[in-house]
Write a protein that binds this ligand. Structure first.
Ligand SMILES: NC(=O)c1ccc[n+]([C@@H]2O[C@H](COP(=O)([O-])OP(=O)(O)OC[C@H]3O[C@@H](n4cnc5c(N)ncnc54)[C@H](OP(=O)(O)O)[C@@H]3O)[C@@H](O)[C@H]2O)c1
Length: 325
């Protein structure tokens, strides 16, 4: 069987993923752009390593690899070159991005990837695995579903890498899916969602579900929101932030998302998914997705977690439950 490559393995989430994959006994190689960091971490884990930056020559570094999972964000700077290299080298591409423009890139390159027998599966982290599976779950509760709204609740502090990626997410602008098309919605308004403790006001923000939810459910109208219940968004020099929340901080803050679907007859169904902290969930979900892809659960072209791995994939990660409301 070909190997798993964890790219960006020296970052906060990439390290946890590599440690988890090693503990699971997966045949893997770690990779990243910074030679000293990658070499030291490979020695610590006792796994092989490769050092390269994402560029036009990356395909040469993918010999013997079956699945590459990209943990190197902001993904606006890494995904394009890594996706192109994977298509060239015949390697399935997975990542943990929350940046909508990366989903749009993968969707755009889906046909080309399919022609090369390669799968592009972005979003195997907390965003979008729980919400993608939740969307499919709640869509099944309504006849002829017409609209889907999803709100993420982000609890606790953010990693330095996430804080850097937020500017990519905000910079993409406000969007919604309307009648099947992704359109700019600069005047989108906040709205309330109940995550289990009463109504919370959530701000509109464009996450990957505007792409994945459409592919997974076929619902033509989708809007996305977020509620930050944790620490205020970090400001100033982001490089001075700690890597990310430690184990105790992660254990203190579980994560939730709410979804609401309205059917053609006006019926409304609401469900909530609760998971372990997003930074605990992400490395496990990403490695478990990669393990399943490596063992043959794959379809060339653009894929979504719920379509490929099933509506139950989100809840297969320990500590995750969906509740109908
Ligand atoms: N979907 C989700 O739910 C979810 C959850 C958690 C995190 N994330 C996202 O995952 C990403 C990583 O987060 P993190 O907290 O692990 O960040 P981090 O600690 O800053 O790690 C970032 C990693 O990416 C590498 N990197 C950054 N820019 C690169 C470039 N241009 N070329 C090659 N490598 C590059 C870094 O390498 P060096 O060490 O060499 O700089 C490092 O290994 C962020 O975008 C974050 O938003 C998503």
């Amino acid at each position: 069987m070909k190997k798993l490559m964890i790219y960006g393995a020296t970052g906060y989430v990439g390290r946890m993923a590599a440690e988890y994959a090693k503990a699971q006994g997966l045949d893997m190689v770690i990779a990243g752009r910074s030679h000293d960091k990658v070499r030291a971490f490979a020695a610590e884990l006792d796994v092989p390593y490769r050092v390269f930056a994402p560029d036009a020559r990356t395909a040469e570094s993918l010999e013997g690899v079956g699945v590459l999972v990209n943990f190197a964000g902001p993904f606006a700077q890494t995904a394009d070159a890594l996706v192109q290299a994977c298509i060239k080298a015949g390697v399935d591409y997975l990542d943990i991005t929350a940046e909508i423009n990366v989903y749009r890139l993968a969707e755009r390159l889906g046909a080309e990837a399919a022609g090369s027998g390669v799968m592009l599966l972005p979003g195997v982290g907390w965003d979008v695995v729980p919400t993608d599976c939740l969307a499919v779950h709640v869509a099944h509760r309504v006849e002829d579903p017409l609209s889907l709204s999803i709100a993420l609740q982000v609890a606790g502090s953010m990693s330095r890498g996430s804080a850097r990626s937020v500017s990519e997410i905000i910079g993409a602008g406000l969007m919604a899916r309307i009648d099947g098309q992704l359109v700019a919605t600069p005047d989108a308004q906040p709205r309330h969602f109940d995550f289990g403790d009463g109504l919370e006001l959530c701000a509109p923000l464009s996450f990957g579900d505007l792409v994945t939810g459409w592919h997974s459910t076929g619902i033509p109208n989708i809007s996305m929101f977020v509620h930050f219940s944790g620490e205020p968004f970090p400001e100033g020099d982001l490089s001075q932030l700690p890597d990310g929340p430690n184990t105790q901080q992660r254990e203190a803050h579980r994560a939730r998302a709410a979804a609401e679907v309205t059917g053609a007859d006006g019926t409304v169904a609401r469900s909530v998914i609760e998971t372990v902290n997003g930074y605990t969930y992400t490395p496990i979900a990403a490695v478990e997705a990669a393990r399943r892809v490596l063992s043959g659960e794959r379809r060339p072209g653009f894929e979504t977690p719920a379509k490929l791995l099933g509506v139950g994939f989100a809840e297969s990660i320990a500590g995750t439950t969906i509740t109908d409301r």
